[in-house]
Design a binder for this molecule. Structure first.
Ligand SMILES: Nc1ncnc2c1ncn2[C@@H]1O[C@H](COP(=O)(O)OP(=O)(O)O)[C@@H](O)[C@H]1O
Ligand SMILES: [Mg+2]
Length: 246
């Protein structure tokens, strides 16, 4: 069964795209079939996977508009071992339409940095929302409006939508405030906070300029290890969920 996770946070620069690309590669490294859907007109995830967003024949936009099938649009990440539904600025034209994609174990949707129709689309199609967060003061403020949006989508069009988890990104344990915010998150959201913490790591920041996930850039880096750990956590959660379902 396909699990669809929207990676969302209306704040820009919190690590959504980095998480999508690297979680996709890490899950693919464990032989899972993964599709990364780039739902951001900036097309950063597409480029970060080594795909030129200007050169793709079709984009996520065409699929959303019904002008192309997903099968005709999906390209494979040259090095990542996963598939990509590429995004570019055409996406600003897209309207509501459900994305239906099967045949993958995981679909990760990289959302734009705002709560707009594209994000609502993603939340409508998703089973869960993975929220990357930097442990800063204002981060918590933004979180409540995202949680409200999730609730609204759940109450209207997608009753199965859950808040899948909060991922602490670009974490620097030397900063007191980061540790404080981190504690508050755990107090409040308990096991919804992933145990994996993604450290600030230069390899993660430079990998996109080579058009590849960090796992293929420097697999012994702290960034690569963190995203492998995150994939492990996601897989264990899924195993637990399946065990509960039978
Ligand atoms: N853990 C990290 N360590 C260092 N740099 C990071 C890390 N995560 C993301 N970055 C960098 O921070 C910037 C914003 O990350 P990005 O994933 O594009 O955020 P978003 O998609 O939420 O806007 C990018 O330049 C990215 O390479
Ligand atoms: Mg992004």
């Amino acid at each position: 069964m396909t699990r669809i996770l929207a990676v969302a946070n209306q704040k820009g620069g919190v690590g959504k795209t980095t998480t999508c690309v690297n979680l996709a590669a890490s899950l693919a490294a464990t032989q899972r079939r993964v599709l990364l859907v780039d739902m951001d007109p900036q097309g950063n995830a597409t480029m970060g996977c080594g795909i030129n967003k200007m050169e793709v024949e079709n984009s996520t936009c065409d699929v959303l508009l019904g002008d192309a099938t997903a099968a005709d649009t999906i390209v494979s990440a040259p090095e990542g071992g996963f598939a990509v539904l590429p995004g570019n600025e055409d996406l600003t034209l897209a309207e509501v339409k459900l994305l239906q994609e099967i045949l993958y174990d995981f679909v990760l949707i990289d959302c734009p940095p705002s709560i707009n129709m594209l994000t609502i689309n993603a939340l409508t199609a998703a089973d869960g929302v993975l929220i990357p967060m930097q442990c800063e003061y204002y981060a918590l403020e933004g979180l409540s409006s995202l949680l409200n949006t999730i609730e609204q989508v759940r109450d209207s069009v997608n009753p199965g939508l859950e808040m899948y988890g909060i991922l602490r990104t670009m974490f620097d344990p030397r900063i007191n405030l980061s540790n404080e915010v981190s504690m508050q998150l755990i107090e409040h959201f308990d096991r919804k906070v992933f145990r994996t913490v993604v450290p600030r790591n230069i390899r993660l920041a430079e990998a996109p300029s080579f058009g590849r996930p960090v796992l293929l850039h420097d697999r012994s880096s702290r960034g690569a290890i963190a995203y492998l750990a995150l994939a492990g956590e996601v897989l264990r959660r899924e195993d637990a969920r399946m065990a509960k379902a039978v």
